[in-house]
Design a protein around this ligand. Structure first.
Ligand code: CTP
Length: 387
């Protein structure tokens, strides 16, 4: 049997980027031989194994053919007569379809090196269409390598556009969509991912209702630039996503929580992401207007922000509000965030233990707490001279 390094590791090495994960292809072997050599089988549908010592992935060279609709409808053919070239031909992009032998020779039958040099993401063959997830992958690679100057080839854009017109993306499960989306959000240029999906008219098929706002260029462009802004400040995908969606809704100037709650409730979106997204849409307007709020409304905002119990989420939300506001209002500062932090700290100064011994009911203590907190906030607001 022969073993080759393939896929992302070969690509990243040629790009001079750190290699994150090494995948191997095994030619001329069989499931039985791999098991006898001590490899552990992991793929149920595909002949994929883990190396007994390194834990790296070794896959038997295979060809695939789509059986019908649905992501898992593949007919997999793996046998000792499948060549390395056959295996490379079934792959998504030419830059991902190169291999390196153990003696260091590069095997590149699909001109991946040429596309690498030209900074082009190009599909390997017509078999690209057999897996609609590749549309999201291609947009994600464009986002990941945008800084290196990569773009998607015109032919590949056309091919993907045809796939979208025949509604291929609807075959992908929500879990896989969010897995790809979160990976794309974590790249250096997440806005590129959404721009490409927009150019392909794929937003509605992937994210549903958000398309209604996204297709409006005067909402989309500022939202994408806010996304770029936040990407330079945090690498957290959910914070980045909340900025994108929050900006779209901010632009609209009308709170349409129903639509967002639908988006936020898609299966596969992690619950921490959902929470951040919902709070962004619910609270951003109050945060932007914080200097105009009365003490009651300010207290209600602070309680929803819940800095005491959720300090990290609180700071994430302030970052989200601040990026959205600065980016959309072209402002340099967001003094609202400092004010909210100050007010949050002040209301925490009230210590309910002072009333616990009085024997009052819990509602009575809650009412006293609220009165004391409102009073503190009013004092703060008077000192500041507002509203
Ligand atoms: N691949 C493919 N089609 C897919 C998924 C994967 O053709 N839908 C192939 C590509 O050749 C890819 C390889 O399998 O390079 C490994 O996939 P994966 O680990 O997901 O991607 P990498 O290219 O290794 O990128 P990353 O650095 O993100 O892991």
């Amino acid at each position: 049997m022969e073993v080759y390094l393939v896929g992302g590791a070969v690509r990243d090495e040629l790009l001079g980027l750190p290699v994150r994960e090494r995948d191997w292809v095994v030619v001329g072997s069989s499931v039985e031989e791999m098991l006898a050599l001590g490899y552990r089988r992991v793929g149920k549908d595909f002949p994929v194994f883990l190396h007994p010592q390194t834990g790296e992935e070794y896959a038997l060279a295979r060809t695939e053919r789509k059986k019908g609709r649905g992501y898992y409808g593949f007919e997999v053919h793996a046998s000792p007569d499948v060549s390395l070239e056959d295996d490379l031909l079934r792959r998504d992009l030419t830059i991902n379809a190169m291999a390196k032998s153990q003696s260091g020779e590069l095997i590149d039958p699909n001109d991946g090196q040429q596309d690498l040099a030209a900074r082009t993401l190009r599909h390997v063959s017509a078999a690209f269409v057999e897996d609609p997830l590749r549309i999201l992958r291609t947009a994600r690679f464009a986002a990941r390598f945008a800084r290196q100057g990569f773009g998607v080839s015109e032919e590949t854009m056309q091919l993907m556009h045809r796939m979208i017109r025949s509604r291929e993306l609807q075959e992908i499960s929500a879990e896989r969509i969010w897995q790809e989306t979160l990976d794309a959000l974590a790249t250096d240029s997440p806005a590129v991912f959404f721009s490409i999906l927009q150019r392909l008219q794929a937003i509605e098929q992937v994210y549903g209702e958000i398309e209604a706002v996204f297709s409006d260029v005067s909402a989309r462009e500022p939202a994408l630039s806010a996304l770029e802004q936040v990407a330079s400040q945090t690498d957290q995908p959910c914070v980045r996503f909340s900025v994108l969606v929050g900006s779209l809704y901010f632009h609209r100037q009308e709170e349409d929580t129903l639509e967002v709650s639908h988006l936020a409730r898609q299966p596969g979106l992690p619950s921490s992401c959902r929470e951040l997204l919902e709070l962004t849409v619910e609270l951003q307007q109050a945060s932007h207007d914080v200097f105009k709020l009365d003490a009651q409304a300010l207290l209600a905002l602070l309680r929803r922000l819940d800095a005491r119990r959720k300090p990290e989420r609180f700071l994430d939300l302030l970052l989200i509000f601040s990026v959205i506001y600065k980016s959309l209002k072209k402002a340099n500062e967001y003094p609202q965030a400092d004010w909210i932090q100050l007010a949050s700290r002040r209301i925490e100064e009230v210590d309910i233990r002072q009333w616990v011994g009085d024997g009052g009911a819990s509602e009575e203590i809650a009412a006293r707490l609220k009165r004391a907190q409102l009073q503190l906030l009013e004092e703060m607001m008077d000192a500041r001279g507002s509203p």
